[in-house]
Design a protein around this ligand. Structure first.
Ligand code: NAD
Ligand code: UDP
Ligand code: UDP
Length: 350
């Protein structure tokens, strides 16, 4: 696989170069909510490159204009600052609904006692998804929800198949996210059954890559940033809990295959390679800085002990599987992280 550092376009096994909209396929207009975020901005790159028109809706809660600024000036790209909790009127063919404050540090910024906080995960997941489904229903657009492996909670089944109903604490600190996405899935199926909206549901497993939020508390971004800053990597608990890490270009390919395919889902989209946090720290050490050290910290409540997708359904029905291993993917995010960390330090006058 090769990787273009400048515009983060990926070419895997001869893969996804610039493809003009061919004869027989009409150019579509596509909304990406959360399109200024990590996953959303890579999706936007792929859709624009493919030749479609893209409208990004984002309130910049965790996303950044920088992630999409290379499209500014392109008449096929539009950026709307808007909170999906509020209704919006648009005319489009497809809606990729990603908007959601999605990382542990950001949960903690929120004041759960106040109903005035618009960025509460639960409220965004419920009202944002409802509005996007209402929009899809009114204009007959296809709707794709980015749900999460967190719907499985602290799973009692391993690896997780789409048929597993999950093990979630409904009143825990993570429940705004877990239950928010579970409700979003319910709404999606409601609009499908009740209003004939054509829907797709992706259950995304831990994903990493360039443009991930720095310091948002996710483990890959933490370890990579810590290794670059020559700080110890913070391993929570005993570090024996597991996750499966997917490179962002694999996810984006999966999302597009799902949207374009015939099947509603839900589909697990993740890389089945399973690592303990200690093993992850080992890989970061190996590929980024052999002198990197680790430091143990107390773990957070309700932390799932293990997680690994069973992706047989996506393999069979979407003809999709991830191509980039952790060892191949981590180096692809290092330059982006280094540059942003450098700019941050310069900004501080260091
Ligand atoms: P991200 O935080 O980088 O992107 C989310 C985007 O949504 C940001 O640009 C943010 O500003 C925007 N947003 C948040 N609330 C909004 C609101 N009320 N109105 C409009 N925009 C809003 O996160 P990401 O990793 O790119 O995640 C994208 C989607 O994928 C999310 O729905 C997330 O739940 C899902 N997901 C991601 C992962 C992962 O590992 N990255 C795993 C599972 C699921
Ligand atoms: N909605 C929207 N844009 C549209 C259509 C609907 O934002 O183009 C919102 C609408 O304001 C409502 C939600 O989507 O809050 C659900 O719409 P629906 O028509 O399904 O429900 P209703 O308005 O009948 O309660
Ligand atoms: N984690 C860690 N050190 C960190 C951040 C996270 O050891 O600096 C652990 C965390 O306890 C969890 C795993 O890494 O077991 C994945 O955490 P993350 O927040 O990235 O994703 P999620 O828990 O949502 O899968």
């Amino acid at each position: 696989s090769s990787y273009n550092d400048k515009d983060f376009s990926f070419r895997v096994n001869g893969g996804t170069g610039r493809v003009p909209v061919g004869v027989g396929r009409k150019r579509m207009r596509i909304v990406v909510t959360g399109g200024a975020g990590f996953v959303g901005s890579h999706l936007v790159d792929k859709l624009i490159k493919r030749g479609d028109d893209v409208i990004v809706i984002d309130n910049f809660f965790t996303g950044r204009k920088e992630n999409v600024k290379h499209h500014f000036g392109n008449p096929r790209f539009e950026l709307i600052r808007h909170d999906v909790v509020e209704p919006i009127l648009l005319e489009v063919d497809q809606i990729y609904h990603l908007a959601c404050p999605a990382s542990p540090v950001h949960y903690n910024l929120l004041d759960f006692d106040s109903f005035e906080i618009l960025n509460c995960d639960y409220k965004t997941n419920v009202m944002g998804t409802l509005n996007m489904l209402g929009l899809a229903k009114r204009i007959g657009a296809k709707f794709l929800l980015t749900s999460t492996s967190e719907v499985y909670g602290d799973p009692l089944e391993h690896p997780q198949k789409e048929t597993y109903w999950g093990h979630v604490n409904p009143i825990g600190v993570r429940s705004c996210y877990d239950e928010g996405k579970r409700t979003a899935e319910t709404l999606t199926m409601d609009y499908h059954r009740g209003a004939n909206v054509e829907v797709r549901i992706a259950r995304i497993f831990n994903t990493y890559g360039p443009r991930m939020c720095l310091d948002d508390g996710r483990v890959v971004s933490n370890f990579v940033a810590q290794a670059i800053r020559k700080q110890p990597m913070t391993v929570y608990g005993d570090g024996k809990q597991t996750r499966s890490f997917q490179f962002v270009s694999d996810l984006v390919d999966g999302l597009v295959a799902l949207m374009e395919g015939e099947h509603i889902g839900p589909f697990n989209l993740g890389n089945p390679g399973e690592f303990t946090m200690l093993e992850l720290a080992g890989v970061v050490k190996e590929v980024i800085d052999p002198s990197a050290t680790i430091e143990f910290k107390a773990n957070t409540a309700d932390d799932p002990h293990k997680r690994k997708p069973d992706i047989s359904k996506a393999k069979e029905l979407l003809n999709w599987e991830p191509k980039i291993s952790l060892q191949e993917g981590l180096p692809l995010m290092v330059n982006d992280f280094r540059n942003r960390i450098l700019n941050e330090d310069e900004g501080k006058g260091n």
